[in-house]
Structures are given as C-alpha cells and as structure tokens.
Write a protein that binds this ligand. Structure first.
Ligand code: ATP
Ligand code: MG
Length: 392
C-alpha cells in the first residue's frame, strides 16, 4: 500500500543557515542505507521535507529497518500517494486507507490538510471539514478530536496527493559526517562498539584502530573485531579499521617495566599510536569505551595517566554508565552477541594479578624511561605494518 516515506528530522531543523548542509548529509546517509535494500528509491527535498519515493517494488519492513539506523531521522512516516482524480476519489482512497491501517476504529481523529499546490479547488480548511464529515459518515464509531487526536490524518496536496498518519520513531541524533571524524579504539569487548555508536550518533564519522597481539591473541579475536566494526557500520557508514600489531611492544614493556604498571603503560602506548593514526587521517578526537571505576585501568587516577599522553581530546561517552546500561545499548544496536563471544582479547601474561589502581603519573613516566630508544623503533614498525580493513 505504501509507496513513499516522509522523513522527519528534529535537531537539524534548528541549524539556521547551515541547515542545507545537514539535510544534504542526511540525504547522503539515507541513500547509503537504502543501497542495501531491494528496490530503487528516489530521495528528494522539497520545502524543508525529505521524501523517499520507491520507484519499484520493495520490502516495507526491510526499508523501515534500514531507515531506523540513519542518525538525524526522528520519525519515518509511511505515505500513500495518489494522483489527483478529484475530491471524491481522494475520499474513497482515504476510507480504504483507514480500513487498512486501523482495523480497530474506536479512535478519535483529526484531518490535517496542507494545500501546497494552490490551484487545488478546495482550500485546507474545506478539505479538513469535508473529509472529516465523510469519514464520520463512513465510520460512525470514530470521533473528531481537534486537540489530542489518536490519529492525525495528514493530507498533503502537491502534484500528487500524499496521505499519512503513522510515525515510526527514528534513532534521533545528527547525520553522520556533519560533526567531523574521530578515531575509535575498538576492542572485542562490549563497551567500545557502544562508545563508537554514541559518538557517531552526534554526527561524527568513525575510523577505528584495533591492537592485536598474535600469537597471544588469535585470528578469531581479530575477526570478531572486524565483525563488530561491520555491525557498527550499519549506523555509521563504512569504517576504516586500522589493525596494529602490538605484540613486540607489549613484550618489550613486559620485559622492562613493573608488572603492576603494565596495563597502564600499554594503554599509554595504545593512545599514542591511536593518536598518531588519528592525526594522519584528519580525526579530531579519540573515542574509548572507558567508564569510571570499571577496572583498575579506569579509575580517575588511571585515566589521568592514559589521558596525558594525548593532545587530541579523548571522548569517553560511557564514562558515567553502569555495565548494565552499556549492555542495554549493546543489545539494542546488536553488538552484544558478538562482543560476548569468548575469544580472548589479551593474553594473561600481560595482565598483572594486582594492577595499580592509583598510579602516580610521575612514577609511571619514570618507569616508562626504562624503555630505551628501541620502543620508538617498535612503534614505528607497528605503524608501518598496520593493516587497513574497510568494514561495511
Ligand atoms: P571493552 O569492552 O571496550 O573492551 P573493557 O571494559 O575491556 O572495554 P579495557 O580493556 O580497559 O576495558 O579497555 C578500555 C578501552 O580501551 C576500550 O573500551 C577500548 O576503547 C580501548 N581498548 C582496549 N583494548 C583495546 C585493543 N586491543 N584495541 C583497541 N582498543 C582497545
Ligand atoms: Mg577490553
């Protein structure tokens, strides 16, 4: 029955003179999302509205599912449109529409007509009244409520006439690409994919970096990260995932530094390397899945130690989340099942029994000096041998 969708957007409506940039980015993201659906679609922008018109047969549920992942969309209205063949014919269509969409008609309604094409013989008020009357005649169980109707029946008169009344909620947020780009430190865990999702939701394009340590971490652990990047890319568009071999760096830190400080020092190197790749790729920030107190390396003292090696801002959208709250988002965005697959993300030899929970930055810095020039070489090699995988 439906052949088009009216796309409603919230926040981008308030961007003043830059509004068209946001609308164009939204259209771009919608096009990208619909590429994966069967059928051909035309996306158009008229008078502050975005329409998706199906030009072929399509699967309604599939299209809605994909549109629900496009940040910037606040609502998706399935539209029936008809040629203008006179008011009576239009009323017949509306009656059929109500029968199809509302099997239970014990509802209140209001007709909300908009005459965008001014040569239509009835003005908006007259359409509202005449159509309301006709609906009441056909369905006596329905009632008019102009203030708070159950069904707001929109009739838009353009070249064709558009009928819609249902709003399927979209994900909200801002279209990806309107907020610059940031580098996500993506591990195989539950948290970092959620962190990437949350920053992307604010319109930020995402690149990612994964540190792996073969043979201590397996190919399957790496594949899991690629799979996670792919799931997140359903919302963000393609993710450029840099896979950095971290083994020699970890072994060298293990050899030279106190074991209870291993995690912190390793994390400082991860941040440095991630920042290097971020800057090379025009990223304006780093993103991690850290939340205060979750593990020893995420106490506020530990965060001081990992933070101080970066110049770029580090975005930690989960900082105040409990694990359960993170899990809820992971389930919603479909990363949870993949995240909990058992493949190790770090070998036990690299995890101290009693890691420091209140590292002193000065002491950490001093111990890092145990690492001689060789660490620079190892970092250089890790950067040079990084593998790029496009997850989409
Ligand atoms: P996650 O569930 O995201 O793995 P976590 O609770 O296991 O997080 P940590 O292992 O302390 O926490 O990691 C904190 C953050 O550091 C992660 O959220 C992620 O952003 C980053 N990180 C950790 N390990 C890696 C890795 N191997 N590659 C890339 N980033 C990593
Ligand atoms: Mg982890």
């Amino acid at each position: 029955m439906f052949t088009a969708f009216l796309i409603k957007y919230a926040e981008i409506g308030i961007k003043g003179r830059n509004r068209y940039l946001f609308e164009d980015a939204l259209i771009h993201q919608i096009k990208h999302a619909l590429k994966k659906c069967d059928g051909r679609f035309m996306i158009s922008k008229t008078q502050g509205r975005i329409y998706v018109d199906a030009q072929t047969e399509f699967d309604f549920d599939e299209v809605v599912e994909h549109l629900k992942r496009v940040f910037g969309i606040s609502g998706i209205c399935p539209v029936v449109y008809v040629e203008d063949e006179g008011f009576e014919k239009l009323c017949d269509t509306v009656v059929d529409y109500i029968a199809d969409v509302y099997p239970d008609r014990n509802k209140t309604f209001k007709v909300n007509a908009r005459r965008a094409r001014k040569n239509y013989p009835k003005d908006s008020m007259t359409i509202n009244m005449d159509m309301g009357e006709m609906i009441l005649k056909t369905y006596p169980e329905m009632k008019v409520d102009v203030h708070n109707p159950d069904i707001l029946l929109n009739i838009e008169v353009r070249e064709k006439i558009y009928i819609y009344s249902e709003i399927i909620p979209g994900p909200g947020g801002m279209p990806v690409g309107t907020g610059g780009k940031a580098m996500l430190l993506l591990s195989g865990g539950i948290d970092s994919p959620v962190a990437g999702y949350m920053i992307a939701k604010r319109g930020v394009k995402i690149d990612a970096v994964y540190f792996h340590a073969p043979p201590y971490t397996s190919d399957r652990a790496k594949q899991k990260v690629v799979d996670l990047a792919r799931i997140v890319s359903r919302y963000t568009g393609p993710i450029y995932l840099h896979v950095v071999n971290f083994t020699d760096i970890q072994l060298y830190i293990h050899e030279k530094c106190p074991h209870e400080e291993l995690t912190i020092i390793m994390r400082r190197y991860m941040m440095r390397i991630a920042e290097h790749i971020a800057k090379e790729n025009d990223c304006l920030g780093l993103i991690t899945g850290e939340s205060i107190g979750q593990v020893a390396s995420q106490t506020m003292s530990s965060l001081i130690a990992t933070n101080e090696v970066c110049e770029l801002p580090v975005y930690r959208p989960l900082i105040g989340f409990d694990k359960q709250e993170i899990v809820e988002v992971a389930e919603k965005i479909d990363t949870f099942e993949t995240s909990i697959l058992p493949y190790e993300d770090c070998c036990t030899i690299f995890v101290a029994k009693h890691p420091v929970t209140k590292p002193n930055v000065n002491i950490i810095r001093r111990h890092e000096q145990n690492l001689e020039e060789k660490i620079q070489e190892l970092v250089k090699t890790a950067l040079e041998t990084a593998e790029l995988i496009i997850a989409e």
